[in-house]
Design a protein around this ligand. Structure first.
Ligand SMILES: [Zn+2]
Length: 488
């Protein structure tokens, strides 16, 4: 009998410290797709799990149907209406697909709405009640998730990407399909165990000791007894009872082995907590000192507190203000999300000098706007540069003090230096380039930078984990609490 497979996705990261509502229009500006699988767009820089699933199903001669694909740029709580609309669309696509043996879902794991703080758990419960106990439900999540009991209970298998930056999304999608197929064929019976590490931080996986640690988890997945193992990093910028790092292990029916392995993985991360945690290179003043003292450039500075793919608005002014106040020149800021200032640049026209009030508009977390006189150097309409279209119209302006800015109309994540260079900007001429980015953006700019450095700035992503106001999370958790030992 040919197995019938259905896949769908709702994907955004909810930063509860961000003032920006995530609406249906936020998804329209990202991805809101219902149509044939071959026409489905990729998940931005993360690749395309559904294309991996579709191709693999075609090869294995499984029948594949594509349901809703929805992606919004990470921001604040999802609106109630967006949540309900997306959920009902996905469930009705699933219902219209007829009898299904395998449901594959790519869902973020941190999604919260104004009235639901476990969008994924709620969705999985509804999917399970719709398809029944006999169907396999394979779930792919981002490790920056709040792993809840409900999510684990209603999935047949649930696995996260291993890597951050997330460059193994399609590989992990295929892993989920593989285990789900074995469940559907009754050749595996996944038994989960979760171990809570009581830690809230961020853990890049390309550097040691995290690299070896992740490699050891991957090796365990290949030893036969362990069907799947994931380290859930947690998403520190979601005030959620379940936020934080957890080890998730699935064995083939062996509960004791699952518990033991999850505990080993979790305890190992706890042991390595200082060395695996991402700490910022600089505060704002140190970063500017470093730029002033540098003999080569450009230094790429990641404005981590306003990191757009982590939910930052993209209009914070803290670094810009101090750069101007200190008179540091030769710095390019961009892009900064400011539709009004962008519009004023277009109204003024190229070559004109205009008084602009820049940034700081989305909320107090973005700081105060900065008032400058700036000369418009170049303008690009959305339609004139399809590769940068997500940013809307863009304006390149120069402040008298030798600071350049790129302003843009629509909020978007920077992972392509071309958003700046296609305006005619020569990045090599600056001492420093400041971007509202962290891991993915930093990796994209690394080839043209003398160095990439991270800066702790105020905003939606406070990188001082101990100071995060996680009022819903039970203590103890590291690094808020330093002196405790893990249970078990
Ligand atoms: Zn992530």
């Amino acid at each position: 009998m040919t197995l019938r497979v259905f896949s769908a996705s709702i994907f955004t990261e909810t930063n509860t410290f961000s003032p920006l509502p995530t609406s249906l229009d936020s998804f329209r500006a990202g991805i809101l797709f219902q149509g044939p699988a071959e026409a489905a767009p990729p998940l931005k820089v993360l690749g395309s799990p559904w294309h991996a699933w579709r191709d693999a199903c075609e090869q294995a001669q499984l029948e594949y149907q594509q349901g809703l694909i929805a992606f919004a740029e990470p921001a604040g709580l999802m609106t109630r209406s967006a949540h309900h609309w997306l959920r009902e669309q996905l469930l009705s696509d699933l219902s219209n697909a007829g009898p299904i043996d395998i449901v594959l879902l790519a869902i973020h794991g941190s999604m919260m709405s104004t009235e639901c703080d476990d969008i994924e758990g709620d969705l999985l419960q509804r999917v399970r009640s719709q398809v029944g106990d006999q169907a396999a439900i394979g779930v792919l999540i981002d490790p920056h998730a709040h792993l809840t009991e409900k999510m684990v209970r209603h999935a047949s298998v649930l696995a996260a990407f291993h890597e951050w930056p997330h460059d193994d999304v399609e590989e992990r999608a295929l892993h989920v399909l593989d285990v789900a197929t074995r469940v559907a064929n009754k050749s595996a019976s996944p038994t989960p165990a979760v171990f809570d590490c009581h830690m809230v931080a961020a853990y890049p996986t390309r550097r040691e000791p995290m690299r070896s640690f992740i490699d050891s988890i991957k090796a365990q997945e290949h030893d036969g007894a362990i069907l799947s193992a994931s380290l859930i990093h947690g998403f520190p910028w979601g005030n959620h009872p379940e936020t934080g790092a957890k080890a998730l292990v699935w064995t083939d029916g062996d509960n004791e082995l699952a518990q033991q392995t999850a505990r080993e993985i979790g305890a190992r991360l706890f042991e390595l907590r200082e060395a695996t945690t991402l700490h910022m290179d600089f505060g704002i003043e140190e970063a500017l000192d470093h730029v002033e003292q540098a003999s080569t450039g450009p230094i790429v500075l990641c404005d981590a507190g306003d990191n757009v793919p982590g939910g930052g608005a993209g209009d914070a002014t803290f670094l810009l203000r101090r750069t101007l106040e200190r008179g540091v020149g030769g710095v390019c800021f961009g892009p900064i999300w400011d539709p009004m200032a962008t519009r004023m640049c277009f109204d003024a026209g190229e070559g004109e000098t205009v008084a602009l009030r820049i940034g700081g508009k989305s909320g107090p977390g973005s700081g105060d706007p900065v008032d400058v006189n700036a000369t418009v150097l170049n303008l690009s309409r959305k339609q004139d540069d399809p590769q940068s279209a997500r940013f809307g119209d863009r304006a390149w302006v120069r402040i008298e003090t030798g600071i350049d800015l790129v302003l843009h109309q629509e909020r978007a994540t920077l992972t392509d230096p071309g958003v700046l260079t296609r305006l005619g900007i020569q990045l090599g001429q600056y001492k420093a380039i400041v971007g509202k980015m962290l891991m993915h953006g930093g990796a994209a700019f690394a080839p043209l930078a003398s160095e990439v450095r991270t800066v702790a700035t105020p905003g939606a992503l406070n990188m001082n984990y101990a100071a995060l106001e996680l009022t819903r999370k039970q203590r103890p958790w590291w690094p808020k609490d330093l002196d405790f030992s893990l249970p078990g």
